[in-house]
Design a protein around this ligand. Structure first.
Ligand code: PLP
Length: 376
């Protein structure tokens, strides 16, 4: 037994090192430069959209995409209750009000039927809905076949929170490309990392230009630094963009490793009653995190017990995101709930899923889980 096994640590090596060094040596040590331009181009091509703007975080991307769609005070933005807090916080930054919707228990993704019910209610109340922000949960694309028509029916634009889903597809279409804008994250634990970073991607080049302008202190194209509105300092460093380009080169390989790991977990749990993987029926997921859902009655044990057993062997796991309606900061927010997110929070567990896991770390993790389940 040697060393802690983390949930999803950064997977970086000699390629990232060489890209970073050459960016440093080029003298472009600033939040702009050729690496930023190339990273934006390459990522837009990968997602299959016209344009992209590289930013300091995915959270900044959500903030700017919502601002670009006109979100502001007096308006509503619909967000899944099962998500990382950044999705909701970005709404609050704009002055709009986040309203939460529950998820599909099978996938953890936004429930399209509940979404329709909520948009109809908001419509009857005369509320202005600036956007719906579906999240591609743990790397599985939301059900856009049903979500997009519902949003179109009410004339509400979609901002896809694809922070966890770079490299995923649904029916052959890439994550990030489903809405008016998509947002990606390159935080340290995501599928690719720049240590911290994010991107807004879109076919709407004006929207991307608007985000770029706001991210650059809303500086007008004049030598004397003219500003007609309040902007932000949200651009990505050229050094970090270089790391991102190296990571993007290795994306397919890293996705492949996460998928093979999920297959191993699936095989291990297949014969066990009361345990399922949180997953979508489309094979296009990048498998960012593999989540098991445990029915304690059928399995004879709880997800939390497996978590404690693994922690005792220095193996990190994590519950699924605590739903937003359970967060003290959003306890008073409006929410349309079915109980599905609460159930997944109680019964779900994210297992070590990193693309850099060694064969021996994988074997140790599987053996430790197996020993726990056998003893039950
Ligand atoms: C990671 C994440 C974000 C935020 O991205 P940062 O780059 O960390 O700001 C937003 N939404 C979801 C669903 C995420 O998982």
């Amino acid at each position: 037994m040697s060393g802690r096994i983390w949930l999803s640590p950064p997977d970086v090596g000699p390629l990232e090192e060489s890209y970073l060094l050459s960016a440093l040596r080029s003298g472009w040590v600033a939040p702009l430069g050729p690496e930023v331009d190339a990273f934006e181009r390459e990522l837009a091509r990968r997602v299959g959209v016209a344009d992209a703007v590289a930013l300091s975080s995915g959270t900044a991307g959500l903030h700017l995409a919502l601002l670009a769609l006109g979100a502001g005070p007096g308006q509503v933005v619909v967000v899944p209750t099962l998500t990382f807090v950044a999705t909701a916080n970005a709404v609050v930054y704009t002055g709009a009000e986040p309203v939460f919707v529950d998820c599909d228990p099978a996938t953890g993704n936004l429930d399209p039927a509940l979404l329709r019910q909520l948009l109809a209610e908001l419509d009857r109340e005369g509320r202005t809905v600036a956007a719906v922000v579906p999240v591609d949960m743990f790397g599985s694309c939301a059900d856009y076949d049903r979500i997009l028509p519902v949003c179109a029916e009410f004339g509400v634009p979609v901002v896809e929170d694809a922070a966890e889903a770079l490299g995923s597809t649904r029916r052959g279409r890439a994550a990030g490309s489903f809405g008016r804008a998509g947002v990606l994250s390159f935080n340290g634990n995501k599928i690719i990392t720049t240590s911290g970073g994010g991107m807004v991607v879109s076919d709407d080049t004006e929207l991307v230009a608007r985000c770029r302008h706001l991210a650059t202190q809303a500086r007008q194209p004049a030598v004397h630094y003219e500003h007609a509105e309040v902007g932000y300092n949200y651009r990505l460093s050229n050094l970090l963009a270089a790391i991102g380009r190296a990571q993007l080169h290795r994306l397919d390989l890293m996705v492949d490793r996460r998928r093979r790991l999920r297959e191993k977990y699936a095989k291990l749990f297949a014969a066990r009653p009361g345990v399922r993987l949180l997953a979508d029926d489309d094979a296009g997921a990048n498998c960012w995190l593999t989540v098991v859902v445990v029915d304690p009655g059928a399995a004879g044990w709880r997800a939390g017990e497996l978590a404690a057993h693994l922690a005792g062997q220095d193996i990190e796991t994590r519950p699924v995101w605590q739903p937003m309606h359970r967060q003290p900061v959003y306890a008073c927010a409006r929410a349309l709930l079915s109980g599905a997110a609460d159930q997944l929070f109680a019964d779900g567990l994210a297992l070590p899923s990193g693309s850099g896991m060694t064969e021996s770390q994988i074997a140790r993790t599987l053996e430790t889980i197996d020993a726990f389940v056998e003893a039950k």
